[in-house]
Write a protein that binds this ligand. Structure first.
Ligand code: BGC
Length: 756
């Protein structure tokens, strides 16, 4: 058959049009149909008929909380071969997988990555994940998750960047660029997916999949910005979220998908539903039956149906009966083909099992290399040599992690660690003779990975105990006692106690919300027993969410918040405990004192009776403080920084202008360290009430003891834009305050005007 669309010289729209013009309705619907775990034997007929557009791979794993059997290049190639060589039009499949925070090289959970306030490292992590995933035959990952989350009960807070739209947007851009690079065709690049569009993190009560109530302004000013940033960064795909907003499930929302995302934001990639969400429109009470669910989803703008199978079953009939406009199907298919062309799948549909990246033809079997997936491309220098000849069945990869990938994971893990408390500079540990190591995480391996880790390998992980033993001088006695009662007995003989506590990854992630954010049962009691001896108590907390730690805040000597730090987590924690690295992570989300304070977030709107005003009976609790235990942006280091001399380039900014805001920072302590300086702004009066503070910039600055440096932020009038009373987006004239400081509650203050 003549296939003119295969000519790579033709412009992309022409290639798409040529192909679309040749397709039958059945084949078009096939492109919109994504199944799970396709194999060349069970789905061969469907593949031959061009009835499948995509497959995702999640065998055996339930909602990302289990390692699964892994993907194999040869299996994917065999599937692709049927689609490309035996179906009438030869359209390649796009293969997807949840590569959420790394593939074989597991990076910290996304919330931990956000705590690094380091877009460059987040981008590099995405780049490495893409490189490894592409080598395994994948084209597309369902990440980054861009849901703003103000409720730590929600288990999926682990998968996102926390509560702030600005930080979320910067990291969204970094991640999308990291996965996709400049050109999706380039070696080691895969398509990203901005998810879950939109409002999923606002689930009522923090219960996953729950209904949401989000006002139109909050939707645009708080929940939308990271998605808008991802679209600007060229994200190839977007996943619609499971939730409904004020009665309308996003999967069926014309207004949110077709009008806002595709229309107003100009998104030209394709939108995939979440798992089975098309069918769930029935459970939502938004569609009476499957055919109606299909109609509403297609009309809303869901281009690809993830695994419900309902497009496959009903869409052609709905079009033929005139109940779904054929032009909507064409639009969806055009979008899907666009991404397949951009990925270069028509030219190179297969993946070289020998590590050569995407290729045009399946190579002849090569014996020893088959089944191994070395990492290609940019990391050739560090390409591992210990390739196993016959990988154990089910293993995703059979080689070790390249050192350069480990180094990036270590760097990001180190920067993600947040020191919350450090009484009398108990950390870094100086010269203990005898250390007691305790807590469930002392010997943890895969538990350090965190939720949604499908491809990490237990054998790649060093435990805290091993890392500590390796780093401590031989004469220091390290005793590990996992049973709390045994630990308590040994505790009295130690010079320092390191307790590695927290929550198992299974308590966070999808479908794992908690009704309380207290430490899991039993741990606090053990810590209280250890505290009794007066031996310095250093607590390292591993968790997928902010936990409420009021007792620790009062009684522990040091608290290091480690999230789930990934494959290099243990080394990173030990480096910080021993002072080889100075902690510099900052909280990307407010830490409540107790569950009842939720939702608590720094960028709330003012009330008529603010607590800060000191008015008795203001909006405070009568049974405890209303402030967070640790505010957004907070984190200690091993040194201290003084902020001074706030300077603005001008006292006024035009509505289309910009100003520069600077401050001087001085390292006033005795050791070198890095500070994350943060710029906050408040719009004092506007046509709608504006948040008490909003993050508008941040900068990492490294200073030697006694050294001073300057941070400069460029603030554009467009950074001050918001959804105004009349629904338009823009800045309004008036007075503004601004702060440069170490967190959302502190800083040196100034102000400027935007004249009318
Ligand atoms: C999750 C998505 C995920 C998808 C595919 C869904 O249950 O909500 O985040 O990408 O499954 O595994």
């Amino acid at each position: 058959m003549n296939r003119p669309w295969l000519d790579p010289q033709l412009p992309e729209p022409e290639r798409i049009q040529l192909l679309l013009g040749t397709m039958t309705l059945r084949e078009k619907v096939g492109q919109m149909h994504q199944i799970a775990n396709v194999t060349s034997t069970s789905q061969d007929e469907e593949l031959r008929a061009g009835g499948i557009g995509s497959s995702l791979f999640a065998s055996g794993a339930w909602a990302g909380n289990q390692q699964d059997a892994g993907v194999r290049v040869e299996g994917l190639n065999a599937v692709q071969r049927i689609a490309v060589e035996e179906s009438p039009l030869g359209i390649p499949l796009i293969f997807a997988r949840d590569v959420i925070h790394g593939f074989r090289t597991v990076f910290p959970i996304p919330l931990g990555q956000a705590a690094a306030w380091d877009p460059e490292s987040v981008g590099r992590a995405a780049e490495i994940a893409a490189l490894e995933a592409a080598a395994a035959g994948l084209h597309w990952t369902f990440t980054p998750m861009l849901d703003i989350a103000r409720d730590p009960r929600w288990g999926r807070i682990a998968e996102g960047s926390g509560e702030d739209p600005h930080l979320g947007s910067i990291l969204a851009t970094a991640a999308v660029r990291g996965y996709q690079g400049d050109d999706l065709r380039d070696e080691g690049r895969i398509a990203a997916c901005a998810k879950h569009y939109i409002g999923y993190g606002a689930a009522e009560g923090g219960r996953d999949y729950n209904s949401t109530q989000i006002g139109p302004r909050t939707l645009r000013d708080v929940y939308l910005p990271p998605f808008a940033a991802a679209v600007r960064a060229g994200v190839a795909t977007v996943m619609a979220s499971f939730n409904e907003i004020d009665g309308i499930p996003v999967t069926g929302s014309h207004e949110l998908i077709r009008d806002l995302l595709k229309g107003e934001l100009g998104f030209d990639g394709f939108v995939v539903s979440d798992w089975g969400a098309v069918g769930e429109l029935i459970a939502h009470g938004f569609a009476a039956d499957a055919a109606e669910a299909v109609r509403k989803s297609v009309e809303a703008g869901i281009d690809m149906d993830m695994v419900s199978g309902l497009y496959d079953r009903h869409l052609a009939a709905e079009v033929e009966a005139g109940r779904v406009d054929a032009a909507l199907v064409d639009d969806a298919v055009r979008r899907i083909l666009r991404i397949k062309f951009r990925l270069g799948l028509f030219e190179r549909p297969y993946t070289d099992p020998g590590g050569g990246g995407r290729i045009g033809a399946i190579p002849a079997r090569r014996g020893p290399g088959i089944g191994t997936m070395p990492f290609p491309g940019r990391d050739r220098v560090s390409r591992p040599t210990n390739v196993q000849q016959t990988p154990p069945a089910g293993m995703t990869q059979s080689i070790s992690i390249p050192e350069s990938h480990r180094a990036r994971a270590r760097r990001l893990a180190t920067r993600s660690l947040v020191l919350l408390k450090n009484t009398d500079s108990v950390l870094p540990l100086r010269t203990p003779k005898r250390i007691l190591l305790t807590g469930a995480f002392a010997r943890a391996r895969t538990e350090l990975f965190g939720t949604w880790t499908l491809d990490g390998q237990e054998s790649d992980v060093t435990t805290i105990e091993e890392a500590l033993r390796a780093a401590l001088p031989a004469e220091v006695k390290l005793e590990t006692k996992l049973f709390p009662d045994e630990a308590v007995v040994y505790g009295r003989y130690a010079d320092a106690i390191i307790a590695c506590i927290g929550e198992h990854p299974i308590r966070s992630g999808e479908a794992n919300s908690t009704g309380t954010i207290d430490l899991p049962p039993g741990q606090l009691e053990a810590l209280k027993g250890l505290r009794a001896y007066g031996v310095p108590l250093i607590v390292v907390v591993f968790a997928g969410r902010p936990l409420a730690l009021p007792w620790l805040a009062d009684h522990a000597d040091a608290i290091l918040y480690a999230w789930h730090p990934g494959v290099e987590g243990a080394g990173a924690v030990v480096d910080v405990l021993l002072g080889n690295e100075s902690p510099s992570g900052r909280l990307p989300v407010s830490f409540p004192r107790r569950t009842g304070q939720i939702p608590i977030y720094y960028n709330h709107r003012p009330t008529g009776r603010p607590v800060e005003g000191g008015l008795r009976g203001g909006n405070r609790y009568c049974d405890g403080p209303d402030t967070p235990l640790y505010p957004f942006g907070f984190g200690l280091g091993y040194t201290t920084f003084e902020y001074s001399d706030l300077r603005l380039s001008s006292a006024s900014m035009r509505t289309d202008g910009e100003i520069e805001i600077r401050a001087t920072l001085r390292n006033s302590g005795a050791v070198a360290g890095e500070e994350v300086a943060q710029l906050y702004v408040r719009d004092l009066a506007a046509s709608v009430s504006r948040p008490v503070k909003e993050l508008k910039g941040f900068a990492r600055i490294a200073l030697a003891p006694g050294e001073s440096g300057e941070v400069t932020f460029r603030l554009l009038a467009t950074d001050l834009a918001f959804s105004r009373l009349d629904g338009s987006v823009g800045v309004e004239p008036g007075g503004f305050r601004c702060w440069i400081g170490p967190d959302a509650t502190r800083g040196i203050e100034g102000g400027f005007d935007v004249p009318g």
